[in-house]
Design a protein around this ligand. Structure first.
Ligand SMILES: Nc1ncnc2c1ncn2[C@@H]1O[C@H](COP(=O)(O)OP(=O)(O)OP(=O)(O)O)[C@@H](O)[C@H]1O
Ligand SMILES: [Mg+2]
Length: 147
């Protein structure tokens, strides 16, 4: 599906309709493809009011949102700077992924072993300055591919 920068928030609403109750999301795409931008929109669509930024240096960012009167957590993780699986586990990434909270991961290919068949794969590709092609690949036990 084609997503323009102006429509990214609207796309985020659609995304959550499609992704429903999924928890673990792996965002694939080159540097500058728009992973952080899309994740920011997805967090805002969930009602996150914390400042959302790239966790490139912190590795794991944690945001809060509310579902009814329940406080919930979203983890936003960037594996780009981590060297190997040991460093990734040391940083607490595995704990986030299995926490049951929503977990959105940039550069998941750094630790492919951490992602099981329940992971939603989101693929982002730059078309031009403002257009991105976004594919959402849901786990096969839920629904068909959206593209
Ligand atoms: N349709 C779009 N969706 C998302 N980002 C877009 C879009 N059009 C343009 N952009 C721009 O592309 C850039 C994407 O940067 P962003 O930090 O989101 O990429 P990234 O994939 O997270 O990169 P990195 O791998 O370095 O973390 C931003 O400057 C953003 O404004
Ligand atoms: Mg990023």
């Amino acid at each position: 599906m084609n997503v323009t920068i102006d429509a990214v928030n609207e796309f985020a609403e659609y995304f959550w309709k499609v992704a429903g109750n999924q928890k673990v999301f792996a965002f694939f795409g080159e540097m500058g493809a728009g992973k952080t931008t899309l994740i920011t929109a997805l967090c805002k669509a969930k009602g996150v009011t914390d400042p959302i930024g790239s966790p490139t240096f912190s590795i794991i960012n944690q945001y809060q949102y509310h579902e009814g009167d329940q406080a919930k957590t979203i983890y936003h993780i960037d594996l780009y700077r981590l060297k190997d699986e040991e460093e990734i586990i040391q940083a607490g990434v595995e704990d986030c992924i299995y926490s049951g909270a929503i977990c959105m991961v940039e550069w998941p290919q750094k630790a492919p072993e951490l992602f099981d068949e329940n992971t939603v794969q989101v693929k982002i590709e730059a078309i031009d300055a403002t257009n991105r092609r976004v594919n959402i690949l849901l786990p096969s036990n839920t629904m068909k591919e959206q593209s």
